[in-house]
Design a protein around this ligand. Sequence first.
Ligand SMILES: *[C@@H]1O[C@H](CO)[C@@H](O)[C@H](O)[C@H]1NC(C)=O
Ligand SMILES: *[C@@H]1O[C@H](CO)[C@@H](O)[C@H](O)[C@H]1NC(C)=O
Ligand SMILES: *[C@@H]1O[C@H](CO)[C@@H](O)[C@H](O)[C@H]1NC(C)=O
Ligand SMILES: *[C@@H]1O[C@H](CO)[C@@H](O)[C@H](O)[C@H]1NC(C)=O
Length: 541
Amino acid sequence: MLLRISPSMRSITISSSYGVLDSMKVKVCARPLSYRTIFYTILALTFLFPFAFILTAVVTLEGVDECSSLDCLGRRLGPKFLGRGTGDSARLIRDLYEILNQVDSKEFPAELMLPGSFSEFLSEVKNNQHDMKTFAIFLKATMEQMDMEVKRSKLAEQLNKHFAAGAIPKGIHCLSLRLSDEYSSNAHARKQLPPPEMLPLLSDNSFQHFVLSTDNVLAASVVVNSAVRSSSRPEKTVFHLITDKKTYPAMHSWFALYPPSPAIVEVKGVHMFDWLTRENIPVLEAIETHHAVRNHYLGNHVKGTNVSDDPRIFASKLQAKSPKYISLLNHLRIYLPELFPNLNKVIFLDDDIVIQHDLSPLWNINMAGKVNGAVETCRGEDKWVMSKHFRTYFNFSHPVISENFNPDECAWAYGMNIFDLSAWRKTKIRDIYHYWLKENLKSNLTLWKFGTLPPALIAFRGHIFPINPSWHMLGLGYQEKTDLDRVKKAAVIHYNGQCKPWLEIGFKHLQPFWTKHVNYSNDFIRNCHILDPEEYKQDRA
Ligand SMILES: *[C@@H]1O[C@H](CO)[C@@H](O)[C@H](O)[C@H]1NC(C)=O
Ligand SMILES: *[C@@H]1O[C@H](CO)[C@@H](O)[C@H](O)[C@H]1NC(C)=O
Ligand SMILES: *[C@@H]1O[C@H](CO)[C@@H](O)[C@H](O)[C@H]1NC(C)=O
Ligand SMILES: *[C@@H]1O[C@H](CO)[C@@H](O)[C@H](O)[C@H]1NC(C)=O
C-alpha cells in the first residue's frame, strides 16, 4: 500500500495492490465538512485495513486548516487506530482483517443505522460493545456508504465541470481572445470609436441613444445588428456599449473593424468612467465580499445540486450561481444619469435580446414625468411569464418587507426600458436603491433572493410608466412553449432565463430569431467555430 500526503495536507493519494479496482479523484472547495469526514475516514480505514476497497484514491481538500499534519491526525484518531499501540491492538487489527474478509455486503441488515460522520462512528463503536462480527459488518457498511458518497461527489464534480464549461461556450471565449489579440496587433482594431469628428454626437439629444452593458461580444453584436436593421433612422442612432476591463479590447476591436454604420458606436470599459468610484458605489464592494454572497456564488457548486437532475435544470442551477450576477455590469443601469450627464433619454438594453421592429416611436411617448418606461409583468396572455407581483420577488415573511410593501403590487421587467434621465435626476432613486441593498445585506440576504431587479422594483416605485407588452416579449430563455406568432410580432424579444440562445441548453426552435443576426461568414466567427444551430442540428440528427 502506498500513502502520500501533500505537505499542505490538501491532497492525499492512497494506492493499494489489494481490493476492488477503483480510482477516484475528488476536489473540494470551501469548507465542506462532510468531505473532511470522508478524508479522515478513508485515511483511518486505510491504516486499519491495508486491503482497503479503494485501490487508488486522491482526495483533494482546500480550506482545511484545523488539522494540518499527520501528528494531528494521530492525536485525533488515537494511537490505537493507527496500529502504533500495544501488540494487542496490532493483533486486533489482524483479527478484524480476517473477519472483515468474511463479511459479505449482502449481510448488511436493512435496519442498520449508519453513522453520518467519523466521530459518530467512533462514539457508536465506543458506546456499543459490539462483538467482533457485528463491528466488522458495521465498519464495512460504513465504509461502503462513504465510498458511495465519494463516488457521488465525483460524478457531480464531473457534471459540474462539463456544464460550467458549457456556460461560457468555447466559441465565445475564443472570439474574445482573438479579438483582444487583434487589438494589440492591428491598428485598425484600435482606431478611435467613434471618429473624433463624431464625438459631439455622443451627447446630442436629437439622436436616439441606446445603452448596453455586457462582456459578451457576440451578444452585443446581435443586439446592435438587429437594432440597426430594424431601425427607420439608423443614421440617428448612437450605441453606448459598456463592458468590463478584461473584455474592453475585444469589444473595441469588433466594433472598430465592423462598425454598424450609419449608426454610431461608442465602447467604454467600466474603468474609463471616472464617476464609478468606491465613494459613489459603496455597496457593490460590500455585496461582493459579503459572506452569504460568497457562499452562494463562489462556494461549493456540487452542494445543493442534484446528480439526478435533468441536465438542463442542473446547468440552470449552475448558471444561476455564476458570479457574473454580482458584477458591476449588472448594477450599472442604476447609475445611468451620472454616467451620461448630458443625455435626456436613453433606452437601456440587456444583452440577451433581439430587436425586431423600429423602436423610434418609444422616443415620442409622453411619459408624464415618469422615469422608467417598462413592460408590466403581472398581467398578460402568458400565464407563467406574466404573473409577477412583489410577492414573487420578496420575502413577505420578513417584517421589514411586509411592513413596507404590498405583495400584490405589479412587477415590471428589465431588458428594454426607456429612461427619462431628466426626470430621474430629480428623484432619490439611487439612494433608495443603495439603502435597500444595505438592508438586505444587514438581514443576511433574507429580504429577497439574488438579482438586481428587486432593489430596482423598490427604488422605481411610483416612477414606472407602463408600456404596451408587445414592445418587449419576455421568457424566451425559460419557457419552451413560447407562442411563435407572438415572437414574430414582438418589437423586442428577450431570452431572459438561463437558456440563452448562445448556449447549448438554449431552446433550438427559438434560436433562429437570434442566430439570424450572427454573421457566419465573418472570419473571426468562422474560425472560432461558433455554433451554427442548423449545422449543429444536422450533426445531432
Ligand atoms: C434529487 O432528485 C431526485 C429525483 O428528481 C429526488 O428523488 C431526490 O430527492 C433529489 N435529491 C435531493 C437531495 O434534492
Ligand atoms: C447573519 O449570519 C451570520 C453568520 O451566519 C450570523 O453570525 C449573523 O448573526 C447573522 N445576522 C443576522 C442579522 O441574522
Ligand atoms: C424570510 O424571512 C424570515 C423572517 O426573517 C426568515 O426566517 C426566512 O429565513 C426568510 N426566508 C428566506 C428564503 O430567506
Ligand atoms: C459578414 O462579414 C463579412 C466579412 O467580415 C462581410 O464582408 C459581410 O458584409 C458581413 N455581412 C453582413 C450581412 O454583415
